[in-house]
Design a protein around this ligand. Structure first.
Ligand code: NAD
Ligand code: UGA
Length: 320
């Protein structure tokens, strides 16, 4: 890999991926519709690489911009741009999901195949599986998303794979089904960041439903390691990126109380439509075909996330 494109570069996972690539000396074209010059969270996500000579940031909306000039000459396109978040995808808001997760992906694949980009790595999602009854999902499981978001990610994945199968295609696609990623700079709508922030005096955590939902939580460095491996592996296809261990929302609160030594204030509220009761990856394919397995378990990852939040709070205090 000498020259790559990372879409969603100013996002949570994209920012971490860009950091790893830039540090490895790869020329990275980062694309995102959030401009770090105008958006504080986006600026934080790319802060470490902003001045690097091998990082070029292009503020652009992939649903509307000219795409071919962006991907021309790329060895790999890492397509992480998208509107995430399961619960807000109902109602009128779906138009945003359709545009950024489906239309933008189709535009990108049209360009990638035309320009013979050798490899596209897509950020797909565990939400494509839907209700699993708590059993581990291999990639061959039926897909029946419970949320419009999940539908949009399944559409993105299927689109990419359809483009890769075209007779004129020299582009190979790997779709990575990430399972609930956490760690420093996690999106503010997500559970673990909210729970740990509550220990630092943030708002009480609203727990949706009984708090017995289970997730196969994945530390962001592990998700990034899988993404890099998928870009250069001889195999392509659909891969679960999750460790094969689940914890409940209530477990997360308990672990946070142990790590922080603080009682986490919580408030039960109604369950949210589209929220699956459980996710659990069967990671066999990623282990056997990519040689990937997670290195950071939930307690270790939450400890690192907590240390990072504390360091942030320290910097903010010093600056005030
Ligand atoms: P994020 O919101 O932090 O990052 C996504 C980035 O994509 C944002 O910076 C956003 O501005 C950008 N974007 C959205 N639409 C765009 C468009 N039309 N043109 C250009 N840029 C656009 O989210 P994240 O948590 O880092 O997730 C990254 C990807 O991984 C998403 O595709 C998401 O669906 C997927 N994913 C995330 C998780 C998770 O647990 N975080 C799990 C499964 C899948
Ligand atoms: C996460 C990401 O947000 C999605 O973008 C991604 O596609 C998905 O993972 C995935 O694995 O594919 P989610 O599992 O809902 O979605 O992640 P969190 O927002 O961290 O929620 C985890 C659990 O905590 C959910 O059951 C949710 O209902 C609960 N939760 C979350 C709360 O009870 N309160 C909150 O404030 C936030």
């Amino acid at each position: 890999m000498r020259r790559v494109v990372v879409t969603g570069a100013a996002g949570f996972i994209g920012g971490h991926l860009v950091e790893r690539l830039v540090r490895a000396g790869v020329l990275v074209i980062g694309v995102d519709r959030r401009d770090p010059d105008r958006d504080v969270a986006a600026a934080a996500n790319v802060e470490a690489v902003r001045a690097a000579p091998n990082f070029v940031f292009v503020p652009a909306d992939l649903a509307h911009c000219a795409v071919e000039s962006l991907v021309l000459g790329a060895d790999v396109v890492f397509h992480l741009a998208g509107v995430p978040g399961v619960r807000p995808s109902w109602g009128l808001g779906f138009a945003e999901y359709a545009e950024s997760n489906i239309v933008a992906t189709q535009r990108l694949m049209e360009a990638a195949v035309r320009l013979k980009v050798p490899r596209v790595v897509l950020a797909s999602s565990s939400s494509v599986y839907g209700r699993t009854g708590g059993a581990a999902s291999p990639e061959t499981s039926a897909t029946a998303p419970l949320s419009p978001y999940g539908v949009s990610k399944l559409a993105a994945e299927t689109l990419c794979l359809a483009y890769a199968r075209r007779s004129d295609s020299a582009t190979r696609v790997s779709a990575l089904r990430y399972f609930t990623v956490f760690g420093p700079r996690q999106r503010p709508d997500m559970l673990i960041g909210r729970v740990l922030s509550a220990a630092l005096g943030g708002p009480p955590v609203r727990l949706f439903g009984a708090g017995d939902q289970r997730r196969d939580f994945t530390f962001v460095d592990d998700a990034v390691a899988a993404t890099l491996t998928a870009a250069t592996a001889p195999v392509a296809g659909v891969f679960n990126i999750g460790g094969g261990r689940a914890a409940s929302v209530a477990d997360v609160v308990r672990i946070a109380e142990d790590i922080t030594g603080t009682r986490i204030p919580t408030r039960p509220v109604a369950a949210r439509d589209g929220d699956v009761p459980a996710t659990l990856a069967d990671p066999t394919r990623a282990r056997e075909e990519l040689g990937w397995q997670p290195r950071v378990n939930l307690v270790e990852g939450m400890t690192r996330h907590w240390q990072w939040l504390n360091a942030q709070a320290g910097h903010a205090e010093a600056a005030s």
